[in-house]
Design a protein around this ligand. Structure first.
Ligand code: FEO
Ligand code: CA
Ligand code: CA
Length: 616
């Protein structure tokens, strides 16, 4: 339990009148430094064993010599760190609290006194697990186990408030890491808002115009926020991944509708929106999630959102030039001539890997000029060839097959239907491309390919058919230039192979400053034999190249996401997403992290350090 902290004590001394005169947290800041209002994180009791568990366990396991601290969990209030009584039954309460299923984490350093650290954590919230968020729900139906349970309208709004993104201020002093509760930087984005302007070629496009936004200029909030990236100018890129799961209806039924609805049928199908397949019932409280009511609404999701975590008043924007698909991530690198390259995987079996290259270079002397740089540039998709060559193909309207003859009337059409455009160009179908990471030492690029159980035959960059355990592919850009038209590819590691040390189904990844690749495994908890998802440290150079060692195992039902290092490499932030997934409020598979009988398991953000300090 967090101990009482100075903020509580001072707040209690303020009369209500004084508090009103002082206003909100931002007004308190000059009187009360964030440091003083901070609560220490809670040390986590890890599973005490030298060896990792063979099967999922109720606890976290860490390699010996490392310690973990819980910084924040789903439902913790951002203004004071309190965890209100569970369940959270109002969207308003959820909007003031850390969201559900935290995923990608970006660390943005802030100035700090010597020997201390201060920064902002920018954290995605991907989706909800209603049977673990609320009591009293019926068990899944045998004939449709993935159907969402019946929820009251307010519970549906709680779900909408629980996804999106959180910005937190964190600090470390001699006592350890903690959240600066009530920081003026603290912020929530969700599926309820704020309004996010569309920028780039799709802004104002007819195919993003809806009844609520006849100009097609801004989408309400963000959802399905999976991995992401950090720009050279210090903003967060938020990837909208499985947006399809929120849209309800039968695309085929639109064939009998007006022309603007008919036009979307194939686009909806390629976006994986299908009759009877959805993960939430938000259409019951917000008709824009019904494709019969708003066949174009889903065209406003599946983008990369850029957020300035240092300016809480600045609206996040959707950068449409980076294309629309199930974006896993948005990993930035600079080209030889200083332009910005952004790599992104499209997480579905048989989909592609993409790269965006800005038209203008980034000016490091003027970081503020980076805002808007991603609105103009070339989107490309990768073609992998026999013999190890990879070629980047431009998704440029009017070139090759990307013409009105194929239903592309402008660049907006190409970006909205980036999947179809890339396939027509000859981009290579891959084994569910997840995260993409760039080595800070060598500039080589690593693509996590999580699995493709339906693959019929091996192909370039896809050596196994079927491929239930996934692999990692390494790309070497020609001349070390992320703007080069081509490069070389090579398989680095096969999931489940002896060298992989138990690593399978690679998903998220991150480089530490020493150039080692840390990779999460996401095998579904139903995997047979039982498998404990976790984090592996993988060597990409030297004699041990292509080998991996297990570092952490997460509790039953959970998946680790968003590994993120401080620039010094002495702390690793990690999301523990969906502990207990597949079980219920009444009978959870674990009550991690608190193991309290009055609380369900709670997705949480932890920080891992070496027991004696120093680089991990
Ligand atoms: Fe949201 Fe591809 O994991
Ligand atoms: Ca992921
Ligand atoms: Ca995943």
């Amino acid at each position: 339990m967090p101990s009482p902290h100075l903020n509580d004590l001072i707040a209690a001394r303020l009369s209500r009148r004084q508090a009103l005169r002082l206003g909100a947290a931002a007004a308190l800041t000059p009187l009360l430094p964030a440091w003083a209002r901070e609560a220490r994180g809670a040390p986590l009791v890890a599973r005490a064993a030298a060896a990792p568990p063979d099967a999922p366990d109720a606890h976290l396991w860490l390699k010996e010599g490392y310690v973990a601290t819980r910084l924040i969990s789903w439902g913790d209030r951002l203004r004071d760190g309190a965890a209100p009584p569970m369940p959270l039954e109002s969207a308003e309460a959820q909007l003031g609290a850390f969201g559900y299923n935290n995923d990608f984490i970006a660390y943005h350093p802030l100035p700090a006194p010597p020997g201390e650290r201060r920064g902002l954590l920018s954290v995605n919230h991907e989706y909800t697990c209603p049977r673990l968020m609320f009591p009293g729900l019926p068990a899944p139906a045998a004939e449709d186990p993935d159907a969402p349970p019946p929820l009251s309208p307010e519970r549906l709004r709680v779900e909408m408030a629980a996804v999106g993104h959180s910005v937190l201020e964190v600090r470390r002093d001699a006592r350890g890491w903690g959240v600066a509760w009530g920081s003026p930087y603290a912020r929530r984005l969700s599926a309820l808002g704020p309004l996010m302007p569309l920028r780039g070629p799709v802004a104002g496009h007819p195919r993003v115009r809806t009844a609520a936004d006849p100009e097609g200029r801004a989408a309400v909030g963000t959802l399905a926020n999976c991995a992401g990236g950090v720009t050279p100018w210090g903003t967060t890129l938020i990837a909208e991944e499985n947006f399809n799961q929120h849209f309800v209806g039968d695309p085929e039924a639109l064939r009998a509708g007006p022309p603007e609805a008919r036009r979307e049928v194939n686009n909806l199908l390629r976006s994986d929106i299908a009759a009877g397949a959805h993960g939430a019932d938000w259409h019951l409280v917000d008709p824009r999630f019904s494709i019969a009511r708003e066949p174009r609404e889903s065209n406003r999701y599946g983008w990369i959102v850029e957020l300035d975590p240092r300016d809480p008043a600045r609206p996040p924007v959707k950068r449409t030039a980076l294309g629309r698909f199930k974006h896993e991530c948005a990993t930035c690198a600079l080209t030889a001539d200083g332009r910005v390259a952004v790599y992104s995987g499209d997480d579905q079996q048989g989909e592609h890997v993409y790269r965006f290259v800005s038209r203008r270079p980034y000016d490091p002397a003027d970081p503020a000029s980076g805002w808007g740089l991603l609105d103009d540039g070339a989107l490309q998709a990768a073609r992998f060839e026999e013999g190890g060559r990879v070629v980047w193909l431009d998704l440029t309207w009017g070139e090759g097959p990307l013409t009105p003859a194929n239903g592309f009337d402008d660049q907006g059409d190409v970006l909205i239907e980036a999947r179809r455009a890339a396939t027509l160009l000859g981009a290579t179908p891959l084994d569910r491309p997840e995260d993409v990471e760039v080595s800070p030492l060598t500039g080589r690029v690593y693509v996590m390919l999580t699995q493709h159980k339906a693959r019929k035959a091996p192909a370039p960059a896809s050596p196994r058919a079927p491929n239930p355990l996934g692999h990692i592919v390494e790309l070497t850009p020609a001349g070390g230039d992320h703007g080069a038209r081509e490069g070389r590819w090579e398989v680095l590691l096969l999931g489940g192979s002896p060298e992989a040390g138990g690593l399978r189904n690679p998903d998220n990844a991150s480089f530490d400053p020493q150039g080692r690749l840390w990779v999460t495994a996401d095998a579904h908890s139903s995997a047979r034999p039982p498998f404990a998802n976790g984090l592996w440290r993988c060597e990409v150079d030297g004699a041990a190249r292509g080998s991996a060692e297990r570092f952490c195992a997460v509790p039953a039902g959970a998946e680790p996401c968003g590994p993120c290092f401080t620039p010094e490499g002495d702390a690793l932030f990690l999301s523990v997403q969906h502990p207990g997934e597949g079980s219920t409020w009444e009978d959870p598979a674990t009550r991690w992290p608190e193991h309290r009988s009055d609380r369900p398991p709670r997705p949480s953000l932890i920080v891992v350090e070496r027991a004696g300090g120093g680089a991990l």
